[in-house]
Design a protein around this ligand. Sequence first.
Ligand code: GGG
Length: 363
Amino acid sequence: MSSPDARRPVSVAVIPGDGIGTEVMGPTLGILEEVGHRHGIGFSWQHYDWSCERYTRTGAMMPEDGLEQLAAHDQILLGAVGFPGVPDHVSLWGLLIPIRRAFQQYINLRPVRLLPGIESPLRLREGTEIDFVVVRENNEGEYSEVGGRMYRGTEHELAVQESVFTRRGVERAARFALDLAASRAGTLASATKSNGIVHTMPFWDEVVHATAEGYPDIEVRDYHIDALSAMFVLDPGRFDVVLASNLFGDILTDLGAAIIGSIGIAPSANLNPEGEFPSMFEPVHGSAPDIAGQGVANPLGQIWAASMMLDHLGHPEAAAELVGAMEASLAAGVKTPDLGGTATTTQVAEAVLQHLTDREAAQ
Ligand code: GGG
């Protein structure tokens, strides 16, 4: 997807959200401006204070016409949502999930790559490289509103939550993952649990394999989610592209973030692949109230997510340059405490910016 008109700035809705989301967003915008300047990409930022703080003040995470406001932008950059005192389902269903659904962001792309300069907490076998991508189905599955509670507050109380899997939904996620595998090493691991989840998961497997018939060169293998989780730890080098349902993908990518050193660096792109609607780019991490306000949040997850936005906008060189600057600053040892360092959010962002400007000076 490229900017509709290369001469006009890319219009970006900026939603820092809560906690450390508000600390990592500002430096990321400065870095994007620097990369954009070098590659002839202009940005126009529109800031939105939609957050749990707003919910506490007004009773809603975003205004009633919030989605209409966002629809006017090319892309969305999100920080993190969640704050103690506001139930997590309120913050998620009041902001993130309506955006993902209204804008048909049916793919959540989450790279899992061990960057140079970071040590994995795993004892990796000699020569093991961690470099795979999780394709998370992002619009349906276990994240469903179908269900309810009855007999509240009595001894007969019950809760029912239905998963929803559609042929269209599974097929388009599978197709995206297969296309991605075709552009990489050609293998796809599909997360399932068809032994225990007796209706939806066999359906998932059937649709994935029927879709894969159109991709004879891709090797597709099903893994039960429990075994797959163990393999992420025991043999992460075997994976290329991993396809997972909404909940499985969410859980797997926190594990993925852990094995590449920190959830602070993991990025995520909520994609509307057709470009009919804005896509949304966010770090995998949440608002981390335990470290919020201390100036030590790792900005690399947000910066890496911003590079995914550049890629989606059709600027792969700019995206690669940004990731290269991240790698250079890590290799120079500039790390926040989550990665074992002592640098602040600002110092990491400044180091990334410095590598970008050094590069410009060298050219
Ligand atoms: N960075 C966005 C954020 O705050 N995510 C928190 C979260 O719990 N997300 C759940 C999800 O991605 O489904």
